[in-house]
Design a protein around this ligand. Structure first.
Ligand code: NAP
Length: 262
């Protein structure tokens, strides 16, 4: 299938590992010139990106300046993937609502919602000019109650609604906006012992590997397994492509069957 995107340009946030890196790698294979942003960067991203930007996307300044850097490197932006999200495990409390203060709510919303708001606002003039496309990476947690850190599911729900708003406003102007909502994905978020998965295992008092064995079933995944980052990237890149030319404003689940509603 010819995706028809060779020669286009893309900005991907949170691109040094996990889902963002998988999207950057696949877009590069398809001939898209990529700028990838994260705080630390990675050799893997350096390999496929035309430029990497090291920036804290949870700040107003970072989420905006990354677009100026991408515009300078690429000359314009066709595709924006608002992927950055979740948050640093060591700053995310697993406590219940009463024990979580404003700081966590603010941090989680800054990274999972406002980074997308700010980056999109800055990139939109160029995306409009090029009649491009945006994909926001949300989560099944935006739809189903889970034990995710307080504020995360709420921020992803708001991100879902942002996608709807943007699509309503931008579809008539030739820009497509879609949301991708994964269930558990085998990224460092789960697999790194120092990441969120390791922290959950520690809190439950079980070995990390045992936790990983049961997570998909705990989430209710009919397939019984994690999604891979490459599988999420396949969906994201398809949605950005010409093959998805009339797909607007939809929330696409890739969750092994966690969501049961028809
Ligand atoms: N993995 C899952 O199970 C899963 C499920 C549903 C939805 N999601 C969503 O998918 C997206 C990607 O998740 P992932 O699993 O790929 O995460 P990940 O493996 O933890 O990777 C996160 C990426 O974001 C970057 N990042 C984190 N905080 C940042 C900040 N403040 N400023 C700039 N970059 C930052 C990280 O690089 P640096 O640390 O170098 O900054 C890294 O490149 C998130 O929105 C997450 O909510 C993930």
């Amino acid at each position: 299938m010819d995706l028809g995107i060779s020669g286009k340009t893309a900005l991907i946030t949170g691109a040094s590992r996990g889902i963002g890196l998988a999207v950057a790698e696949l877009l590069a294979v398809e001939g898209v010139r990529v700028v990838g942003a994260s705080r630390g960067g990675s050799p893997e991203l350096e390999k496929v990106a035309e430029k990497t930007v090291r920036v804290d996307l949870s700040t107003r300044e970072g989420a905006t300046s990354v677009v100026q850097e991408a515009l300078a490197a690429l000359g314009g932006i066709d595709f924006l993937v608002n992927n950055v999200g979740a948050g640093d495990a060591d700053h995310l409390s697993l406590a219940g609502f009463l024990d979580v203060d404003d700081d966590q709510w603010q941090r989680v919303f800054d990274l999972n919602l406002f980074s997308a708001v700010r980056t999109t606002r800055a990139a939109l003039p160029s995306i409009l000019e090029r009649r491009g496309a945006i994909v926001n990476i949300s989560s099944v947690n935006g739809r189903v109650p889970t034990g995710s850190p307080v504020g995360y599911a709420e921020a992803k729900s708001a991100l879902n609604q942002l996608g709807k708003r943007l699509s309503e406003e931008l579809a008539p102007r030739g820009v497509r906006v879609n949301t991708v909502s994964p269930g558990p994905v085998t990224t460092p978020l789960w697999t790194d012992p120092a990441g969120f998965g390791g922290k959950v295992a520690e809190a439950l008092g079980v070995p990390h590997s045992e936790l990983l064995d049961v997570v998909p079933r705990q989430f209710g995944a009919s397939s019984g397994r994690f999604t891979t980052a490459a599988e999420v990237a396949d969906l994201v890149v398809f949605l950005l492509s010409e093959r998805a030319a009339n797909i607007h404003g939809a929330d696409h689940f890739i969750d092994g069957g966690i969501l049961k509603a028809a």
